[in-house]
Ligand binder design. Structure first.
Ligand SMILES: NC(=O)c1ccc[n+]([C@@H]2O[C@H](COP(=O)([O-])OP(=O)(O)OC[C@H]3O[C@@H](n4cnc5c(N)ncnc54)[C@H](O)[C@@H]3O)[C@@H](O)[C@H]2O)c1
Length: 323
């Protein structure tokens, strides 16, 4: 039985990945951000909680990362600060967490001779698409501090593969969505606002994204880890379909049986040159190497997300804008 370590395991994608790995027969160690309360985030209520070893620490701290990776065969590094607006406010924190954190994981992977390290990148490193669909040769042009820290971590990782033969692969998701995503993200934010009423406050309606249901994303992560031919490569994870923010709002409203009254608010808008207008994934490399294909269509995934938020309405604060 292989020993997997997931950093960021308490978070949205990390908790689904942890569950998927347990069900696939891995022994899983969850590296979670230390909290005095002892919470394991979304893993606290997970069906697999009892099957997961938990290590609390901080990716900015080399010693805790080193301890967490001891004895691992495969490591999935997801821990990061992820909000784009918050990266305008605290860029240094993003460098510490996303770049220094990745460096600590790379050093520990090198020291422990890990068999495979999957580092989580993001489509945001490309900025607005120059051509679509976007394959892995698309030029990198970061438009936010968040994207820049992720691109820096990507380059560090590839340099560790070339310099020290650390068996790294970059999994580069486009937009993931589904249960447990923070309501700072578009889809949960719209659903939570529509549960509360008809008014939907947003920044921009025209940017387009490629949305993939979180369960499909984590299947892709594991497929990428298990395919030797992908070492040293970046690999896109996305559905290949493009939807504008405005279309997503209308679809969610229809599925919820609501009329959406859209209120475009300046404070929710990114600075013009930082707004990524278009992201559309070409997942051919992933599909060809692993046989992966998305299994959850957009309407089904949205319905599942709507139902999940409906059961937890009390935890959402839809009227409030948070970076
Ligand atoms: N959600 C998406 O659409 C998307 C798209 C592309 C890439 N990604 C990447 O996927 C990964 C997971 O993102 P997510 O959407 O699940 O976000 P998330 O915020 O739910 O998960 C990130 C996790 O990292 C942890 N973390 C933050 N700082 C830490 C620290 N100093 N030490 C230890 N842990 C720390 C957080 O506690 C959290 O559990 C990130 O690397 C993100 O950049 C996400």
């Amino acid at each position: 039985m292989k020993q997997a370590v997931v950093t960021g395991a308490a978070g949205f994608i990390g908790s689904h990945l942890t569950e998927h790995l347990v069900r696939r027969g891995y022994r899983v160690r969850a590296f979670v951000h230390y909290r005095a309360s002892g919470t394991r985030g979304w893993l606290d209520d997970s069906d697999v909680a009892a099957d997961v070893e938990t290590v609390a620490g901080d990716v900015r701290d080399h010693d805790s990362v080193r301890r967490a990776l001891a004895g691992a065969d495969v490591v999935f590094h997801l821990a990061a600060l992820v909000g784009i607006p918050y990266s305008y406010v605290t860029p240094q924190a993003y460098v510490r967490t996303n770049v220094d954190g990745a460096l600590n994981v790379l050093e520990a992977a090198r020291e422990h001779a890990i068999e495979r390290l999957v580092l989580t990148s993001t489509s945001e490193v490309y900025g607005s698409a120059r051509n679509v669909p976007m394959d892995e040769t698309h030029p990198v042009r970061c438009q936010s501090p968040y994207a820049a820290t992720k691109a820096a971590a990507d380059q560090l990782a590839l340099s560790y593969q070339r310099s020290f033969a650390v068996p790294v692969v970059l999994a580069r998701p486009f937009n993931a969505y589904g249960p447990r995503q923070s309501d700072r993200a578009l889809i949960p934010s719209v659903i939570a606002q529509l549960h509360a009423g008809e008014r939907v406050a947003l920044g921009n309606l025209h940017p387009t994204r490629d949305f993939t249901f979180v369960e499909d994303v984590v299947r892709a992560f594991v497929a990428i880890a298990e395919e030797d031919a992908l070492v040293g490569e970046a690999v896109h994870v996305g559905s290949g379909s493009e939807r504008s923010v405005g279309e997503v709002v209308q679809l969610i409203a229809r599925l919820m049986g609501r009329e959406a009254v859209i209120d475009v608010q300046g404070e929710r808008r990114r600075p013009a040159a930082s707004e990524v207008e278009r992201l559309v994934c070409d997942p051919s490399k992933l599909c060809a190497a692993t046989g992966w294909a998305p299994e959850v269509d957009f309407e089904t995934g949205l319905r599942r997300t709507i139902d999940w938020i409906d059961e937890r309405r009390a935890h959402f604060r839809p009227g409030e804008y948070r970076t």
